[in-house]
Design a protein around this ligand. Structure first.
Ligand code: ZN
Ligand code: ZN
Length: 173
């Protein structure tokens, strides 16, 4: 329950209350398997599966607030929608995404931040976070003739691996 105390304290210092909705969203991220990234729709769906009814706009609003306060981390991936991951992950955690199938490969690299930090420090700024995303095309999509490829094509990699729910969420509809 210590986690809820931290959550409450972080919200309160920024003038927000710990509402049941924020607590539920926080729980989703606490139990999220490593390597998963959620957008507002997938958070909405996971809440629904737990029997919690929350409007999509409430989810959007609270994700934004929780990211601003530093409870979760907002990341730009291949899709236009924002994705979120737990804030507990390392600042050296970065992403490689395929622009065709939206798969996400995570990697750690310390030299990226070391370069950035030099620049930031000489300017007297305080570093908050470092987000680095490499946009790529996977070999499977290249082989299929990307970029002239049907939009409902599903990368064979998804068929044999256990995919996080959110990343190819859009393609399932
Ligand atoms: Zn791909
Ligand atoms: Zn990540």
């Amino acid at each position: 329950m210590d986690n809820f105390k931290t959550l409450k304290a972080k919200l309160n210092t920024q003038g927000y209350r710990l509402t049941p909705q924020r607590q539920l969203i926080f729980e989703i991220f606490q139990t999220l398997p490593t390597g998963n990234h959620l957008n507002a729709e997938s958070v909405h769906l996971l809440l629904f599966e737990r029997g919690e009814v929350m409007s999509l706009s409430t989810v959007y609003r609270n994700l934004k607030i929780m990211a601003n306060i530093g409870i979760i981390r907002e990341v730009e991936l291949a899709q236009a929608q924002k994705h979120y991951e737990p804030k507990t992950i390392s600042i050296h955690h970065h992403h490689i995404v395929c622009i065709q199938c939206h798969q996400i490969i995570e990697f750690e690299n310390k030299s990226i931040i070391q370069q950035g930090l030099k620049q930031v420090e000489t300017m007297g700024l305080q570093l908050i976070d470092c987000k680095f995303t490499l946009q790529t095309i996977c070999p499977e999509a290249l082989q299929r003739g990307c970029p002239t490829i049907s939009s409902n094509w599903v990368c064979p990699r998804f068929l044999k691996t256990d995919k996080p729910k959110s990343s190819n969420h859009q393609q399932l509809h």
